[in-house]
Design a protein around this ligand. Structure first.
Ligand SMILES: [Zn+2]
Length: 316
């Protein structure tokens, strides 16, 4: 039997999409670990990496620079992952016009539009029910970044002058996030159905390229460390990052991912006890295993998952 029919999910997940907010929240606590060099910038190339000065921990407090993955960049990647599945199962075929991200022309009726939201100038909008925050690097930017110089490329994208064949002598430099860098993050789902919940988790777990994309850069592995089910939002991404930093024994890159995961789960369990009025459920460790197995199983039958998603929006 699917975990979605058992408590605490049964009373939290909606049977169908509803227009009015119900205040049912699911917080997904995530660990994102870079697997290659990555570049997270606010704007285009040439810009430095996005960073923000924050206090290192909640108890140990000196200001440090942290690398930031902007919330918009994360959901854009995960939406694209989901839309590939939808397109594969012909959600956009037939009467449904093609629905394109970042255009003025969203369809307003596909699972992506319903779940992640859309707005069109001519009226018609859906608030996103996937709420995200900027993610911060656990460690100081000085620990997790490096810079490399390279020979600047010519118009033909090679290092040889297309006319003279001479090698390039002008040097460029580019700053990157080192492989094995950890970012903690929280995605909050509000008033979602069982199929939407599974779809949102699947999109996170299947997305593997973030930031500036290249054939050798941008690889990120996502892990779900814990799920908070309740009637309110939990702590913030920054609070979790700082509380985890406090508990870490070593603050030097590289850190063992398993150690970071265990430490973050301890930090989350302690923070959730301090959320005002909290009376929800926090699921982590072994309790999470059957849930993730169920999600994986749903993706063994993606046609059914897509059909279940579309059924959420049918008028009864
Ligand atoms: Zn759409």
């Amino acid at each position: 039997m699917s975990f979605t029919t058992k408590e605490p999910f049964a009373s939290t997940l909606l049977a169908k999409y509803e227009n009015l907010p119900r205040g049912h929240y699911i917080g997904l606590v995530l660990l994102r670990t870079t697997q290659s060099e990555t570049i997270f910038r606010t704007e285009g190339s040439g810009e430095p990496l996005s960073r923000e000065v924050t206090i290192s921990g909640t108890k140990t407090g000196q200001p440090i620079d942290r690398i930031v993955i902007s919330k918009r960049k994360q959901t854009a990647v995960e939406r694209r992952t989901g839309r590939e599945l939808l397109r594969d199962f012909e959600v956009y075929a037939g009467d449904n016009k093609e629905c394109l991200l970042n255009t003025q022309n969203p369809c307003g009726k596909c699972p992506d539009c319903y779940l992640y939201g859309y707005a069109v100038g001519s009226g018609g909008a859906q608030r996103s029910r996937v709420m995200t925050e900027d993610a911060f690097s656990l460690l100081d930017a000085a620990e997790v970044t490096s810079e490399r110089t390279f020979n600047a490329l010519f118009d033909n994208s090679t290092m040889r002058n297309p006319k003279t064949g001479e090698p390039s002598t002008s040097l460029g430099s580019s700053e990157y996030v080192r492989p094995g860098t950890h970012f903690l993050d929280i995605e909050t789902l509000k008033d979602v159905t069982a199929a939407e919940f599974i779809y949102a988790m699947g999109n996170i777990l299947q997305s593997s390229r973030y930031g500036a994309i290249g054939t050798r850069i941008g690889v990120v592995k996502n892990q779900i460390l814990g799920i908070a089910v309740g009637k309110q939002e939990i702590f913030s991404t920054l609070e979790l990052t700082q509380a985890t930093y406090d508990l870490l024994e070593s603050k030097q890159h590289p850190l063992v991912t398993e150690t970071v995961a265990e430490t973050a789960v301890r930090a989350a369990a302690s923070l959730i006890g301090k959320v005002f009025g909290w009376r929800g459920h926090w699921i982590s460790g072994n309790d999470l295993t059957p849930i993730l197995a169920d999600v994986a199983e749903s993706y063994q039958n993606p046609a059914k998952l897509v059909a279940d998603l579309q059924a959420c929006y049918e008028k009864s």
